[in-house]
Design a protein around this ligand. Structure first.
Ligand SMILES: *[C@@H]1O[C@H](CO)[C@@H](O)[C@H](O)[C@H]1NC(C)=O
Ligand SMILES: *[C@@H]1O[C@H](CO)[C@@H](O)[C@H](O)[C@H]1NC(C)=O
Ligand SMILES: *[C@@H]1O[C@H](CO)[C@@H](O)[C@H](O)[C@H]1NC(C)=O
Ligand SMILES: *[C@@H]1O[C@H](CO)[C@@H](O)[C@H](O)[C@H]1NC(C)=O
Ligand SMILES: *[C@@H]1O[C@H](CO)[C@@H](O)[C@H](O)[C@H]1NC(C)=O
Length: 369
């Protein structure tokens, strides 16, 4: 019984000894591949990836003439630590193609040893872009490795097969992936929030987009623009509003959680009255065409962003007033003319009916004569 336990323990140790050391490296950064040996003299170190020579050291010096060119200028041994039994390799500007199993062979007058190190390289997601083009919503992730997985859902929920989905994944010469996933929006555009979920080996990202129905504002009015977002917790979100008219998109304001006042960008102070607790924007001093366009609010936090877009049309500001004024003036003039005509006509008739009596008298009197 005891002997069996000892045997099993011994086997586990053997297995552990055989298992490769796992090292996770970040694309383009430095990566340390650990290796050590028992101190003695005449050290020989060979770092290899399969049959490829990565870095060799013997006769007390680096032997770069045997190094494979894909590692040129990117490897480093801690030479002053070799005498202390440290054969670790520092790999610089790590590439995706550096992934694989490495071996560290060390030999001294005391004997030799070989250990295996399994290297994984990752290029984490920097950000996820969610955007709308016509009747589609797309999620774009660029420069990542391995390729992320993208899935879609809506709020309120819809059956997944009603969402038409296109996926495009390509890798560049460095092995980094560009992934674009697109869904066709459902008929009632403004009634659904489109949620893109991106998962990778190092976590999940979420981005959502909702297009609200168009809003028509009137010149001079104060206009609220809503930002209805499903935010489970509003902690540590940054809110921003951007505007896109006929030109480039411009940032209107930004507000971090806990800040009482938004940071309003010029020249928007003139038009922004404030931001409500729920993120909606209050516009004031509405004017014509230059405020007509798409307003986007964005709630963003670590690995999460929620976008709501609203098209606003500001109805014919000053020009509308001019027309109304003109119509009123024309109407008033017409009334004055009408009144004048009536008055003139009436007085004319009065005069007509007051003058004839003389003539009438004369005619009436003539028979008397
Ligand atoms: C070797 O030296 C490097 C640089 O100081 C250190 O980071 C590493 O942990 C050492 N490795 C071993 C196995 O002692
Ligand atoms: C790029 O993608 C192709 C096909 O998916 C794959 O065979 C290849 O290994 C990838 N290249 C890199 C460097 O990862
Ligand atoms: C769109 O929404 C309206 C109001 O909720 C509803 O009456 C209509 O049936 C919807 N249309 C479609 C195609 O879902
Ligand atoms: C819009 O953006 C482009 C590219 O960033 C820039 O070249 C152009 O000058 C901008 N136009 C305006 C009106 O700001
Ligand atoms: C809002 O404006 C964009 C850009 O001008 C346009 O593509 C879109 O059809 C407009 N309306 C709606 C309801 O999205």
């Amino acid at each position: 019984m005891h002997a069996l336990a000892v045997t099993i323990h011994f086997m586990i140790l053997m297995l552990a000894g055989c298992q490769d050391v796992q090292v996770n490296c970040l694309f383009s950064e430095e990566c340390l591949l650990p290796c050590s040996f028992t101190i003695s003299e005449e050290e020989v170190i060979h770092w290899k990836r399969q049959d490829i020579n990565v870095h060799s050291f013997y006769y007390g010096t680096d032997q770069l003439q045997v190094q494979n060119s894909q590692y040129n200028g990117r490897t480093y041994l801690f030479k002053d630590l070799i005498a202390q039994g440290n054969a670790s390799l520092l790999l610089q500007r790590t590439k995706i193609s550096d992934e694989g199993q490495y071996s560290c062979y060390t030999s001294t007058t005391q004997g030799s040893r070989e250990v295996f190190i399994s290297v994984n390289v990752k290029a984490p997601i920097q950000f996820v872009v969610i955007e709308r083009t016509d009747d589609r919503v797309s999620c774009v992730i660029e420069g990542t490795y391995p390729a992320p997985h993208v899935s879609w859902s809506t709020y309120p929920p819809t059956a997944l097969d009603t969402l038409q989905n296109w996926n495009q994944a390509t890798n560049n010469s460095e092995g980094l992936y560009f992934v674009k996933s697109t869904v066709k929006m459902l008929e009632n555009l403004s009634e659904h929030t489109y949620i893109c979920s991106v998962s990778t080996t190092d976590g999940a990202w979420t981005a959502s987009l909702r297009q609200l129905g168009d809003i028509h504002g009137k010149a001079g009015q104060t206009l609220p623009i809503p930002c209805p977002v499903q935010k489970s917790s509003l902690q540590d979100f940054t809110l921003s509003w951007t505007f896109k008219g006929s030109g480039n998109a411009s940032l209107m304001l930004q507000q971090d959680t806990g800040k009482a006042q938004p940071d309003i960008q010029p020249p928007w102070e003139h038009w922004v009255q404030g931001v409500s607790g729920d993120g909606s924007l209050l516009l004031q001093n509405l004017e014509g065409p230059e405020l007509t366009g798409t307003y986007t609010c964005l709630f963003s936090a670590t690995r999460t962003q929620h976008l709501v877009k609203t098209n606003i049309t500001i109805e014919g500001a000053e020009s509308g007033n001019v027309i109304i004024t003109a119509v009123i003036i024309v109407a008033v003039i017409a009334v004055i003319i009408a009144v004048a005509v009536i008055v003139l006509w009436k007085t004319g008739r009065l005069q007509k009916s007051s003058q004839p009596p003389k003539a009438d008298n004369s005619t009436e009197m003539s028979p008397l004569k």
